[in-house]
Write a protein of this length. Structure first.
Length: 248
């Protein structure tokens, strides 16, 4: 039986990870190591200045006070006695396309697997403008779709890729291979005043403009397709001439 390590950034009580775990456990040996609270938009941050705690809440389910990256590291080093065949991060409550990839704790959990030479996939549920509330039915549908994709990925040898699956609600049932494009999103900055007259700010609201380029992840979900991108953790600028001495 194949082994899966699952994490998320919405916390261990989030409906997405609960439903996906239940679905995957019908076929796979699944371990859960998830944050004890929401850790959205923490990207690939590590906990360095406070102790990490790992609490076993049931046989193969663990929670930690750390980030998604911490969860994967603790899972591989402490919770699991064997190397998993796949790392799964999600199901996230909200999309992770285009520049979301740089901020997302969900993608960070998947990239952590990539850095450990383990195939990995991030799974996100995309809510449209009309439908804003996640239902149990939506999550179960997304878990079934994710399960089918995972069935394929888990059989592959390590291929130096991170898979990013975004499932819109509603969708047309078709999966497109996509690339991350620019979503053209500049978040609003909302200024408020507290009861003591001090200013504070909310960031993260606003409406993104999606790409019109066919084949991009944002265009796919905009048009009701399920988006499956393959990513690599490679920040190298390919047009640089390497090994050249720079004289200042």
């Amino acid at each position: 039986m194949k082994t899966i390590l699952i994490t998320n950034d919405d916390g261990y009580m989030a409906e997405g990870i609960i439903i996906l775990t239940a679905q995957l456990r019908k076929k796979y040996n699944v371990y859960v190591v998830a944050p004890d609270r929401e850790r959205s938009a923490v990207s690939m941050s590590l906990t360095l200045n406070t102790p990490l705690r790992l609490k076993q809440i049931s046989g193969k389910d663990f929670i930690t006070n750390g980030t998604p990256i911490d969860c994967v590291n603790l899972g591989l080093k402490v919770a699991l006695s064997i190397k998993p065949d796949l790392i799964v991060s999600g199901i996230n409550h909200g999309e992770n396309v285009s520049e979301d990839i740089f901020y997302s704790g969900t993608l960070a959990g998947a990239f952590a697997g990539h850095l450990h030479q383990i195939n990995s996939i991030a799974v996100s549920l995309v809510l449209g403008k009309v439908k804003k509330t996640v239902t149990e039915e939506n999550m179960k549908e997304a878990a079934l779709i994710a399960n089918k994709v995972i069935d394929n990925i888990i059989e592959k040898e390590f291929n130096n890729r991170v898979y990013n699956l975004n499932i819109p609600v509603p969708n047309n049932g078709k999966i497109l291979t996509t690339y991350p494009d620019k979503k053209k999103y500049v978040p609003d900055l909302v200024e408020k005043t507290d009861p003591r007259g001090r200013k504070y700010y909310w960031i993260g609201t606003g409406n993104p403009l999606y790409s019109e380029d066919f084949g991009s992840d944002s265009n796919a979900i905009k048009n009701g397709y399920i988006s499956l991108s393959t990513l690599k953790y490679d920040l190298t600028c390919k047009d640089t001439e390497y090994g050249k001495e720079i004289v200042l």
